[in-house]
Design a protein around this ligand. Structure first.
Ligand SMILES: Cc1cc2nc3c(=O)[nH]c(=O)nc-3n(C[C@H](O)[C@H](O)[C@H](O)COP(=O)(O)OP(=O)(O)OC[C@H]3O[C@@H](n4cnc5c(N)ncnc54)[C@H](O)[C@@H]3O)c2cc1C
Length: 241
């Protein structure tokens, strides 16, 4: 009998190789790991910080990059007011620091071309991060699969990877972006009309992935169910809040 591969359950050091500000509250972090080519888009890692007195804090962060051969993964972290771990990343972490990491983690909130399409992605705020990995993976591995992203943000300045998303919507046939700004312009939240319009353009999704803070995920998943999508086709990931 072969031993199960439990490498992902081990805490191991990962060096920060690059830090890039994306919005006033969000930064991208590149981490050197040995599984950059071998995870599923949508999975996350657990990160553990240890203070000098031994106090430890552990949080989950989604992988934003698609599987690739660079030897690094990208995490995209939003700084929350008073946030213990996100505050460390936004204000203290520097290139060359090593943090402890475990993963990749997550079974059902993951997508690959073998699941077919169309693919519906619904993200609120930093909840777009695992959806970015799926979009990047689709563009590389299965561009023929129709895909739509409904992305809800307070305003454009806080939207993560907006330039990339708008370029993809312009350049990639079969990818549709519906950006909703809740506190800018007319201010719009996700609602039944938005969902119906996107589904009309996309066709019935084989899989839908919804990610964001608890209230957003609850509201968005209810709208997808009300639009007639089978519960078994909808996957959700809650970031907290
Ligand atoms: C599977 C998974 C993947 C995740 N991926 C990402 C990711 O890619 N990027 C990212 O930025 N975060 C992600 N998160 C959230 C992350 O794990 C932390 O919860 C977040 O960074 C806050 O941790 P903290 O230590 O900074 O805040 P804490 O010190 O734990 O909390 C500070 C304050 O913020 C509130 N709070 C905690 N979480 C949230 C939230 N999500 N929204 C609003 N308020 C909150 C708390 O109630 C508290 O008042 C993910 C969570 C999960 C479960």
């Amino acid at each position: 009998m072969t031993e199960p591969d439990l490498a992902w359950t081990r805490w191991r050091p990962a060096a920060i190789t690059a830090i890039t500000p994306l919005t006033p509250r969000v930064k991208s972090f590149r981490l050197a790991v040995d599984f950059a080519h071998a995870f599923r888009a949508g999975q996350h890692v657990d990160v553990r910080l240890t203070a000098e007195d031994g106090y430890q804090a552990q949080r989950s962060y989604s992988i934003a990059s698609a599987p690739n051969e660079s030897g690094t993964i990208e995490l995209v972290i939003e700084g929350l007011d008073g946030g213990e771990v996100s505050g460390f990343f936004l204000e203290v972490a520097e290139v060359g620091d090593a943090i402890e990491l475990r993963g990749p983690v997550g079974g059902s909130f993951a997508w690959g071309p073998e699941e077919g399409g169309p693919l519906l992605l619904v993200g609120g705020g930093s909840g777009v991060v695992p959806l970015l990995a799926m979009l990047r993976h689709r563009a590389h591995a299965a561009p023929e699969i129709p895909c739509a992203l409904i992305y809800s943000v307070r305003g454009r300045a806080g939207a993560i990877a907006l330039a990339e998303l708008e370029a993809r919507a312009r350049d990639e046939p079969g990818f549709m972006l519906r950006l909703l700004t809740t506190r800018e312009g007319a201010g719009r939240r996700i609602d039944a009309e938005v969902v119906a319009a996107v589904l009309a353009g996309l066709g019935p999704p084989a899989r839908s992935f919804v990610c964001g803070a608890n209230p957003f995920v609850g509201a968005a998943a209810s709208l997808l169910l009300a639009a007639g999508l089978p519960a078994s086709s909808i996957r959700t990931e809650r970031f907290g809040g």
